[in-house]
Design a protein around this ligand. Sequence first.
Ligand code: AGP
Length: 607
Amino acid sequence: MCGIFAYNGKNNTVPFLIEWLRNLEYRGYDSAGLFSINNSWEFVVEKAVGKVSNLATQVEKNIDKNISYSNGIAHTRWATHGKVTQENTHPHYSQSERFFVVHNWIIENYMTLKSELEEKYNFYSQTDTEVIAKLFEELFDGNIISTLEKVTEKLVWAYALAVIDKQNPQTLVGAKLWSPMIVWIGQEWVFLSSDINAVSHVATQFTTLEDRETVVIKNGKYEVFSLGNKVEKDFEEVDDRFQAADKWLFETFTEKEIHEIPTVLRNSLKWRINFETKSIQNETLNELNEMDFDRIEIIASGSSYFAWVVWASWFKELADIQTEVRISSEFLYEKFIPNKKTLYIVISQSGETADVRECVKMIQQKDCNTFWIVNVVWSTIARMCDMGLYTHSGIEVWVASTKNVIGQLAVLLTMWISLGLDRNLQMKDAKSLIEKLWELPAQLETQLAESQKYTDLAEKYKKYNNFFYLWRNILQGTAAECSLKLKELTYLHAEAYSTWELKHGPLALIHEDFPVVAINPMWSLREKSISNIKEIWARNGTVLWVISKNDSYREIYNDIIEIPETHELLTPFLPLIPLWLFSVEMAKKLWKDVDKPQNLAKSVTVE
Ligand code: AGP
């Protein structure tokens, strides 16, 4: 996704802009650019297709290092309108090259505006953002703040934008509608960013702009306006929730985040479970139990959706509430029949996924109850819904969501135990589950210690192009999530399928060059799954078998991944780390960029 960034203050702007564009890289992009100016009207404009490092090289070559700049805007572009070219790279500028603009999101009426402006101005790009720059020229009334209001009134749908007027070099203005914009303040400088992770460890305080608010920054001081009226904003302290992401000793950030999982799990549980008394302790969950609902609809996408698929299985196992899991982009465009007795729960790591946000808006327009589970503190979805819980996964920076999936499962499990105890879950059953839950982080740690196994497996399996990930019952979400990881990290094809269902067609695909990853721990359906795998084995299928460590049955497999034995309802946790590491190792052996998979973005902020 596009990322915008802006700086105004006493330091030399350009190095800041480059450094912070790097912090936005994980969002996914394909070009980057910057504009910077000082109070002597000296300015620099640089744009580069490809990585931020290309832009940095270009700046290094072209910039006069004796000049310091004090005001600047920068952008990483994820192509939406127009191809990946230098001309389409932000910042965009007006015909007189007076107004420079960076912009995140989509202006839905840009073609109409462009056709009106083309009578007077020549366009050099295919972007909607250039239209904004031309509008500044067209509507400029001598005051950039009132001009900003006039321009944004003409724009349909969403934007986070930052603008500099070359004639007014001390000033930077920003505005937002729907697309996030955070205002960060430090010692005599102010940042704007479209991402809460971007600046965290240099800023001391931050706030988020609300829709139709504008911010005016001059010489490191700011003012915020709403529809032209000055407003006072509450600022939040930047604390350790925003610790900067770094790689430690790992080859990739993704591996570093996978190795954080035991800590994430402990953090996610400790806020809500008292392991001494084996009881749930959480205000929000107590409030939830007071609410009157007899049905739950869960709305999410990607890995967050698969976490829900797991949870829905748990729910059907132990609570009498009808639960449905819905893909957000589908839920949004089906006929919505609002139900006041339904609790609509949305889950999103970033808290910014566009279709999930639109779902919340649609549900709230019908005055129904919404509950959020997000990871990014103060993200849009967390601020939109009625109530919710953070997953406390820490900053998850890289595209493949791993540690936060575990954080989500932990929150969901706690919610389900709390709701279940309020219905038909017996206290003794809850306590035995909590006991097993307490063992889980240490079990995951032993899995992380065995990571060499997955390197060896990857060496053997990297030659294949297609995989089945087979599941039964409560392992559907796990299989779907792990097949997603293989796809997004290796670009190979992987499909999650019911082991039982194979014989109704897909068994035709079984071949020694089409391996199956069969997830079959020690559980109630183990025997049935063994008979299904036998059918595959009998047809020369290649079987990578995920089984419990103490499972003696070892006849029908080519390779084994052993997982610790645990409470049956906790089995969805245990294949995750091995199969995620398997995908990471496969990607490395196939020379893929594990941290920045092609075509993907961390946060899908456009529908
Ligand atoms: C996960 O590995 C993917 N990168 C992607 O499916 C992600 O889970 C999905 O886009 C949802 O993101 P969210 O949780 O931030 O809403």
